[in-house]
Design a protein around this ligand. Sequence first.
Ligand SMILES: C[S@@+](CC[C@H](N)C(=O)[O-])C[C@H]1O[C@@H](n2cnc3c(N)ncnc32)[C@H](O)[C@@H]1O
Length: 233
Amino acid sequence: MSVGQQARADRIRQMFDQVAARYDARNRLFSADRDRAWRRRAAQRAALRPGQTAFDLCTGTGKLAHELLPYVRPSGRVVGIDFAPAMLALARRREPEIEFRLGDITRLDEPDVSVDAVTIGFGLRNLVDRDAALREMFRVLRPGGRLVILEFAPPPRGLLMRAYRFYLSRVMPALAGLLSAGEGSAYRYLAETVEAFPEPAELAHQLETLGFAVTVERMTLGIAALHVAVRRR
Ligand SMILES: C[S@@+](CC[C@H](N)C(=O)[O-])C[C@H]1O[C@@H](n2cnc3c(N)ncnc32)[C@H](O)[C@@H]1O
């Protein structure tokens, strides 16, 4: 990673550490409570069975990892990884059954072809080196294993989406700034990264090039997308 990339990653980590205490409540508020249903759907699409191993990357406060747990119980395991200590501290407090590791997901410790499913919820958009992370996800998955990516999609065109764009880029940052001093910038960052993120078809193509078979599902008028990518070989 270059010095510039490292500096950007440090800023992202600091931002998440700063918002950690309010992160879950803000998600609920700004998504009108849809975020829980999105994570549940993502966990279901991982198609895990009892005894299997799942990795939830960019796990944050552990909410998606938590949704995976019922599928692998009683003998399987869920591991959550994140590089922001304050987010992980909340995750550990919530779910002692899950192993939460502090680490950078662009460099996983796990051996090749050792994991049954990898999930990443609202994390891919935040990565400084997305390509390196996707290669790591492919590497650790066994053939037939699934990568499930839950992410905001760039809003489709249309009148309703013009209103959504206004909400995302103006209303949310203003409201967040009012609720807590300094938080507005975190939500401006959110709006910028959502707009800059690849269209679902483009991300699907990138995953296919890596060796995945991909299906895409758009949710809630297309503002969130699920990519389900099965490792081919
Ligand atoms: C928007 S939060 C998503 C948290 C959680 N997955 C959810 O569904 O709410 C993004 C998380 O990605 C983490 N993150 C960003 N880049 C990372 C990296 N390279 N390695 C590990 N964690 C990273 C941040 O610390 C943050 O907790």
